[in-house]
Ligand binder design. Structure first.
Ligand SMILES: NC(=O)C1=CN([C@@H]2O[C@H](COP(=O)(O)OP(=O)(O)OC[C@H]3O[C@@H](n4cnc5c(N)ncnc54)[C@H](O)[C@@H]3O)[C@@H](O)[C@H]2O)C=CC1
Ligand SMILES: CC(=O)[C@H](N)C(=O)O
Length: 359
């Protein structure tokens, strides 16, 4: 485990964008059962497929869904080999292969699909043709299958769906959306197509616009907000970090606990509670210099700023999101702020870097 963590921390730090994500192999399932309501009738568990389940979010949501609905009721899938044996059924599945996905959905009597397969913002700019294919055709396959097989589909959107002409502060759900990245364009397309299939064919499509997600259990897969995870590994490993965004770049962010909590709430909400199919989800915003300052309250850290191509992406995104509608319609609330998130990240990551002491 430590070997792979060390190499992952190196990957996370490099100026080039990592091409894949691997789990940091946390043995513990995150427990949110006390805060997440369920709409499932007692005794009848939905059967759930997660695509892209070996990524940053899928690896953690799978644990939670399996803990709640039973191992056999959650089928995980990806186009990579799991680093560690999966705790339930795992299938190789390319979301571009409609037949392969249909066979899996029928064979496993799937009710809900959590569609996580995607290329993120930074890697999308490096491979725009592939991002178009995976993000657009992959979702099209899912939503067509949802129509035929009457599935509930959850597919996340992102702050990247907004663009430089969007109001940057307290960005509401309904506003100007003219993103300038291929990632953002594919996510706006996904939102609109999901709404179209909902309105025209009754597909139970649901989406949340996530901010950058921060986790101690898994590494992100090629986004612009990845620095906010990398910085912890470097603080604990060497005490030095070179940030690819400038010190004043403010972006919306969220601790994984809250991302999973919001996702479970949206996934399970009774349809009557949903007044729209896509909601903003927010927790807090910070700049690289602000997170570095918080980390320095626990461990020494020197940060150099060397912005690269990801700076232009970050500059086109909102500084903060307004998620009032999610809070009103289905009682969403977040638990972590910058201070508590930093404290918990360092506590959890110290397990992997035992040589580092407290200041
Ligand atoms: N992590 C974050 O901060 C945020 C993530 N999101 C969204 O959440 C979803 C999940 O994101 P992450 O887990 O962070 O991404 P990730 O990059 O960590 O994982 C994506 C997974 O999709 C898989 N994949 C790629 N091409 C595929 C294909 N053709 N068929 C099947 N699987 C394929 C990859 O192997 C990878 O395991 C994405 O839709 C992303 O846009 C949205 C906002 C923030
Ligand atoms: C905010 C996102 O969608 C993702 N983390 C990225 O930076 O691409």
């Amino acid at each position: 485990m430590l070997r792979s963590l060390a190499s992952l921390a190196r990957t996370a730090s490099s100026a080039t964008v990592p091409t894949c994500v691997r789990s940091l192999h946390s043995p513990a399932a995150v427990s949110l059962s006390s805060v997440v309501p369920t709409s499932t009738a007692p005794g009848k568990s939905p059967r759930i497929l997660i695509t892209g389940s070996l990524g940053q979010l899928g690896s953690e949501l799978a644990k939670m869904l399996r803990a709640k609905y039973g191992k056999e009721n959650v089928v995980t899938s990806d186009i990579r080999k799991p680093d560690v044996p999966e705790d339930g059924p795992f299938k190789y599945i390319d979301v571009l292969n409609y037949q392969q996905m249909e066979a899996l959905i029928v064979d496993h009597r799937i009710d809900w699909v959590v569609h996580f397969s995607a290329l993120l913002s930074a890697i999308g700019e490096q491979q725009p043709a592939k991002a178009l294919q995976v993000n657009i055709q992959g979702f099209q396959n899912i939503v067509d299958l949802a129509k035929v097989h009457k599935l509930r589909v959850f597919c996340p959107s992102t702050i990247g769906a907004f663009g430089p002409t969007t109001p940057a502060d307290n960005t509401p759900d309904l506003t100007i959306m003219r993103p300038t990245t291929i990632y953002g364009i594919t996510k706006v397309h996904m939102e609109l197509m999901g709404e179209y299939y909902h309105n025209r064919y009754g597909v139970d499509f649901r989406s949340l616009r996530y901010p950058g997600v921060i986790s101690a259990e898994s590494l992100p897969g090629g986004g612009t907000t990845d620095y906010a995870v990398d910085i912890f590994h470097h603080a604990l490993k060497t005490g030095e970090y070179t940030c690819f965004l400038s010190e004043k770049t403010r972006l919306p962010m969220m601790y994984m606990h809250d991302c999973l909590k919001g996702t479970m709430m949206m996934l399970e909400a009774p349809n009557e509670q949903l007044k729209q199919r896509v909601y903003n989800l927010a927790a807090f915003s910070f700049t690289p210099e602000e997170i570095a300052e918080q980390i320095r309250k626990h461990v020494p850290l020197k940060v150099a700023y060397r912005p690269d191509f990801r700076q232009a992406i970050a500059d086109s995104w909102p500084r903060s999101l307004d998620d009032t509608n999610a809070r009103q319609d289905w009682q969403w609330s977040h638990d972590y702020d910058l201070k508590t998130m930093v404290g918990e990240m360092l506590t959890k990551l110290r397990r992997h870097y035992p040589a580092v002491g407290k200041q």
